[in-house]
Design a protein around this ligand. Structure first.
Ligand SMILES: C[S@@+](CC[C@H](N)C(=O)[O-])C[C@H]1O[C@@H](n2cnc3c(N)ncnc32)[C@H](O)[C@@H]1O
Length: 317
C-alpha cells in the first residue's frame, strides 16, 4: 500500500526569502523528499536551477515529475547527502537541508517509520543498504541500543526500554512496528507527567532507532562542511532541523564560521576566531502558529541560515 498524502514543505516562505529572494539562484537541495521546496524554488523564477539529493529510492519518480515540470532545470542524485563532497557541480548560490523523514515515508506503513501503523520494523531511509531496525534490535550490543534510545531518542526511561528489547529478542516481536510498540509500551506504560506527557510511549524510542540505523548525525556532520565548501561567496546555506541534537550540530557549525563562541563554555580567545560567514538567524526561526495548526509536523522545526563571506574556511570547520 502506498498512501500518497503528499508532504507540505516546512517554512517555505522563509526558505524562499533566504534562497531565492530575487527569483534567481543555483540551489543545492540535500533533502529532495517530495520535492516541495525544490519545486517552489524552481517556480520562483525561470532561471533558477536545482541540484538535489535524496537517499530514498522512492524519491526518484517524484524527482522525474519535477524534472518534467521544469525541463533541464533539476539534476537529481539518488544518493546520501554525505557524498556531496564528490559532487562536480559547485558555486551554488543557495544550499538547503530539510532534515529527517518526509510524510511520504511516515505515511507508508511498509517503510516501518510509523508507530501508528503495522509494518515491518525497517526504518531505513535507503532500503538498498544497511541494516533494518529489526536486525539492529535483534543483534546490536547493549551499549549501541543505549546510545540509540538514551542519547539519540532522549528517552528518559531508556533503561527499561533497552532491557525489554533485549528480553524480546528471538520472539519475533522486534520484527514489526506494532510488536516493537507493544514491547516499549509494556516496559514504560503511558507517560503520565512532564513535558513529554502528550507523547506516545514509542515516539522517542522510534526516533532514536531511526537516527541510529541511518547514522543521521554522522551524515549531517559530514555534509555541512562539504556543502558549505560548494557555496559561492555571498551564497546562503539554510538548514531546517527537527531534533535538538541536529540543531546543536548546525548551530555550532554556523557559530564557528561566524567567529562566535560555539557554546557557553567555549573558551577560545576571540583573537583566535575568524569570521568567514554572517549568521542570518541569530536565534533560529520557528514556524508561525498558523503553519503549526495547518501542518502539525512542522511544530518542532527550526531554521538556521548563514551567508558565506569569503572562500577561506577556518581549519576547525
Ligand atoms: C523532511 S524530508 C524533505 C522534504 C522536502 N524538503 C520537501 O519539501 O518535499 C527529508 C528527506 O531527506 C531525506 N534524507 C534524510 N537524510 C538524508 C541523507 N543523509 N542523505 C540523503 N537524503 C536524506 C529523506 O529521505 C527525506 O526524503
Amino acid at each position: 500500500m502506498y498512501m500518497n498524502t503528499g508532504h507540505a514543505p516546512v517554512m517555505l516562505q522563509e526558505i524562499l526569502k533566504l534562497l531565492t529572494p530575487e527569483g534567481v539562484g543555483y540551489i543545492l537541495d540535500g533533502t529532495f523528499g517530495g520535492g516541495g521546496h525544490t519545486s517552489a524554488l524552481l517556480a520562483a523564477g525561470p532561471d533558477v536551477r536545482v541540484v538535489a539529493f535524496d537517499a530514498d529510492p522512492e524519491a526518484i519518480p517524484r524527482s522525474e515529475e519535477v524534472q518534467a515540470a521544469f525541463p533541464e532545470r533539476l539534476s537529481f542524485y539518488s544518493q546520501n547527502f554525505s557524498e556531496i563532497e564528490q559532487l562536480e557541480e559547485a558555486n551554488f548560490t543557495g544550499v538547503l537541508f530539510d532534515l529527517g523523514v518526509s510524510s511520504f515515508q511516515l505515511d507508508t506503513p511498509e517503510r516501518g517509520f510509523s508507530f501508528r501503523a503495522e509494518g515491518p520494523a525497517d526504518m531505513r531511509l535507503n532500503p538498498r543498504e544497511g541494516r533494518s531496525a529489526a536486525v539492529f534490535l535483534e543483534r546490536a550490543r547493549e551499549d549501541e541500543l543505549t546510545h540509540a534510545i538514551r542519547d539519540l531518542g532522549e528517552e528518559p526511561q531508556w533503561r527499561k526500554v533497552v532491557t525489554a528489547i533485549v528480553q524480546a529478542r528471538g520472539t519475533g516481536k522486534l520484527s514489526t512496528t506494532q510488536g516493537l510498540v507493544e514491547v516499549i509500551t509494556e516496559a514504560i506504560g503511558p507517560r503520565i507527567a512532564g513535558r513529554r506527557s502528550k507523547l506516545h510511549p514509542a515516539t522517542l524510542t522510534f526516533q532514536g532507532i531511526r537516527m541510529e540505523i541511518n547514522r543521521e548525525l554522522d551524515h549531517l556532520e559530514a555534509a555541512l562542511p562539504a556543502a558549505y565548501a560548494k557555496l559561492a561567496i555571498g551564497g546562503v546555506m539554510a538548514v531546517i532541523t527537527f531534533h535538538s541534537l541536529e540543531d546543536r550540530i548546525v548551530k555550532r557549525f554556523f557559530k564557528r564560521l561566524a567567529g562566535r563562541p560555539e557554546h557557553k563554555w567555549d573558551a577560545t580567545p576571540q583573537e583566535e576566531r575568524t569570521a568567514v560567514a554572517t549568521l542570518l538567524t541569530n536565534r533560529p526561526w520557528v514556524p508561525s502558529d498558523e503553519e503549526v495548526k495547518a501542518n502539525p509536523r512542522s511544530r518542532s522545526a527550526k531554521v538556521r541560515a548563514i551567508r558565506k563571506l569569503t572562500e577561506i574556511t577556518p581549519d576547525a570547520c
